[in-house]
Design a protein around this ligand. Structure first.
Ligand code: ASP
Length: 325
């Protein structure tokens, strides 16, 4: 009798353990900004949603196959970097001087290792370079020509700057140049990010961007700054941000969310909302995605839209663009 009870208990425990081990969650964003249903036609919406779906599906398959959160973040971001739709990789926005300068970062929650590149002009997939910095250098952030040289040494794909040319982003620059006095924060929408809980219980987050149209003087935003645009800690959550970078840097945005969870026991959603409120108080705009160590997802923003989506191992799934969608 005792043996039988023990046997049943063991089966019960192992079922629970394997269910916990299979727990995974992935959340992505493709940028926050001013978006309206009137200005974005059905076809454009469908195109964005299809690309977000492709990225999420790939991520979910990799997670089911037992891939690490880090591998998933890089591969999922690659899908969006290789699409002209987003302000990252191929579709990056133009600087004032008419070139494209890209930033990216990645952080692991288990080891708290991190890597980033800033202001690079010729690395096809900046998120891969950020990962190489994390895995194969003693540094956290490399910039400009040095970062490109390092990426080359690591065998990453290098492309001429004109690879990043897209007519849409070029025209955005031209229209800003005509109204030179206007701020730079227009039509930057499309920074990409991904946060993942893998089946091994580890978190990772990454962000990749072209920054802001018409940026000058080697301006760098929050996206490659660990603690501002990207953060991960297995004790709390993994976070990727999008929005007006200067505000995110001042707030220490991503790290602040993790700190609220760690020191004030806030849920991931409450912490993200609180941080977005702080952003609004400063008149900053943008959004954030996060996943906590249990697989809870947050997608918060104070703009009229944010390209976003998530999939969880319990079958929950969402892909959306506008507020209240
Ligand atoms: N955060 C990015 C930057 O400031 C831009 C964005 O996410 O839209 O460079």
């Amino acid at each position: 009798m005792i043996k039988r009870t023990l046997f049943i208990t063991l089966i019960f425990l192992s079922t629970i353990l394997s269910a916990i081990a299979q727990n995974y969650a992935i959340v992505i964003h493709g940028g926050a900004g001013v978006m309206s249903k009137e200005k974005m036609n059905e076809e454009a919406r469908a195109e964005y949603k299809a690309k977000l779906n492709e990225a999420l599906q790939l991520g979910e398959q990799l997670l089911k196959d037992g891939a690490t959160a880090t591998d998933v973040v890089v591969k999922v971001i690659n899908v969006m970097e290789n699409s002209p739709l987003f302000n990252a990789g191929k579709g990056a926005v133009f600087t004032h001087d008419g070139v494209n300068e890209l930033d990216a970062s990645i952080m692991e929650g288990k080891t708290m290792n991190a890597g980033a590149v800033a202001g690079v002009q010729d690395i096809k997939n900046p998120i891969n370079a950020a990962r190489e910095v994390m895995d194969n250098s003693e540094h956290v952030m490399l910039s400009g020509k040095g970062a490109s040289e390092f990426a080359k040494q690591q065998g990453l794909e290098i492309v001429p700057n004109k690879y990043f040319y897209t007519e849409r982003r070029y025209q955005s620059l031209q229209s800003l140049l005509k109204h030179e006095r206007e701020r730079t924060n227009k039509d930057n929408t499309g920074t990409v990010g991904c946060a993942v809980l893998d089946t091994h219980g580890n978190l990772c987050a990454g962000t990749s961007t072209g920054g802001m149209t018409n940026k000058k003087y080697g301006r760098i935003g929050d996206s490659p700054i660990i603690g501002a645009g990207t953060y991960a800690n297995n004790k709390t959550c993994a976070i990727s941000c999008t929005g007006h970078g200067e505000y995110y840097i001042r707030l220490g945005f991503a790290r602040d969310i993790s700190a609220m969870m760690e020191y004030q026991n806030l849920s991931v959603t409450d912490a993200c909302r609180k941080e977005i409120d702080k952003l609004s108080e400063l008149n900053g705009t943008g959004g954030v995605i996060a996943v906590d160590a249990k697989g809870n997802i947050a997608m918060e923003f104070n703009t009229s839209g944010m390209f976003r989506g998530y999939i969880k191992s319990n079958g929950e799934k969402e892909i959306a663009i506008f507020e209240n969608e």
